[in-house]
Design a protein around this ligand. Structure first.
Ligand code: M6R
Length: 370
């Protein structure tokens, strides 16, 4: 059942490309227009949506954070991302024009379920992005967009995360299509770029696994890891930190790279690892330079620096002790590849420490109590 892999987590990480591919399948026509027939909300209703609130927990919430960058950019409506357990208790502003998007792999997370019930009671529509057919969250939602990642057994979520990003992006593109905030050509181009992602993820798996494993060995005795990223790299950093704490029981902190000098840099210690998600160097945009100078700063304080960077980035090597390379891809799609070496890093660290990677201590696959 593990298909020759040592653990479900290892198998599921290697299914990242298929999860992306299968979640895209059948969701656009020949021309590249988005077709979401299964989502039974009238286009007119979608057209009237003026705000999105994503409710989710853990990894699913980080997929929501990634989607916020894309959807706000494409659709020009505000997207809030709220941890489901916080949402209900803050008297959120919900109207019939608010679309609440509940993201959940299992479809059984009680915190997320309670949040969507609250949203519906307030008259908002709820769309579920879910990986489990017929589970409670889609059943109680107005509409559902399934991620087709296949069953995810390991407690640490991996392939579901990339599939959730794809599903949320399809929703964003669909909204852009009905609201006319992108030209058809732009949508077709993004669809083509999405279709190219499975091969890019596969390339990361094929070419970076050795470097990741050597890095895990080198860092096995580290006391704590810091993960930092900017823009879409920020939720990826959070996700990398969560994976490592969940299964390798390593103390980790993920944060926005811009926060470094507002506090976290005080944590940097000689020899301790800092993992940095580096945005594309193409055009040497300001974000790239700022993140590179972040690496420089932690390196100057003796940190062991690990970067996730785009192939051909000639700046990163100056300050990074090791680089996990990503193939060139548009910034908004980069989380789909950047998370892969971080999933592998957590797996390798846990495995090398002799832990049960599929069933980490204290955790359940779905959290069915509040
Ligand atoms: O089934 P869900 O997607 O609703 O689960 C949400 C979180 O409990 C889940 O992502 C959790 O954080 C994972 N163990 C992360 O690896």
């Amino acid at each position: 059942e593990k298909g020759g892999w040592d653990s479900f987590m290892e198998k599921e990480i290697h299914e990242d490309p298929t999860a992306v591919n299968d979640t895209l399948l059948g969701r656009f026509n020949q021309a590249g227009d988005i077709v979401l027939d299964e989502v039974r909300i009238e286009p007119d209703v979608f057209r009237s949506i003026d705000k999105i609130i994503v409710v989710a927990c853990g990894t699913a919430s980080y997929a929501g954070m990634v989607a916020k960058y894309a959807i706000e950019h494409w659709v020009r409506i505000p997207v809030e991302v709220e941890l489901a357990h916080e949402f209900r208790y803050r008297d959120p502003i919900l109207t019939p024009r608010t679309l609440v998007v509940a993201i959940s792999q299992s479809g059984e997370t009680m915190d997320t379920l309670m949040a969507l019930r609250h949203a519906r009671e307030q008259g908002s529509r709820v769309l579920a992005i879910c990986n489990t057919q017929g589970s409670t969250i889609p059943r109680e939602s107005d509409a559902v967009l399934y991620t087709h990642a296949g069953p995810e057994i390991a407690v640490a979520s991996t392939k579901a995360f990339v599939a959730q990003i794809v599903a949320a992006y399809l929703l964003g593109l669909y909204l852009a299509q009905v609201k006319n905030t992108l030209f058809a050509d732009e949508i077709h181009q993004i669809v083509a770029q999405l279709k190219a992602m499975p091969a890019k993820i596969q390339r990361v798996l094929d070419t970076q696994a050795g470097t990741v494993e050597a890095t895990a060995k080198r860092l096995l005795d580290a006391h704590s890891f810091l993960f930092l990223g900017r823009h879409v790299g920020y939720p990826v950093a959070m996700e990398g930190a969560l994976k490592l704490k969940e299964i390798a029981y390593t103390f980790t902190e993920g944060f926005a790279a811009g926060e470094l000098k507002h506090g976290p840099i005080a944590l940097v210690e000689a020899g301790e690892p800092v993992v940095v998600i580096v945005p594309s160097a193409r055009g040497r945009d300001t974000l790239h330079n700022k993140v590179i100078s972040g690496i420089e700063e932690v390196k100057a304080r003796g940190a062991y620096t690990v970067a996730v960077a785009e192939e051909g980035d000639s700046d990163v090597g100056k300050y990074a002790d090791v680089v996990f390379w990503r193939p060139e891809c548009p910034t908004l799609l980069s989380p789909l590849v950047d998370v892969v070496p971080l999933q592998l890093l957590a797996l390798d660290m846990a495995r090398l420490k002799g832990y049960d990677v599929d069933k980490p201590r204290n955790l359940a696959k779905s959290v069915t109590v509040e």
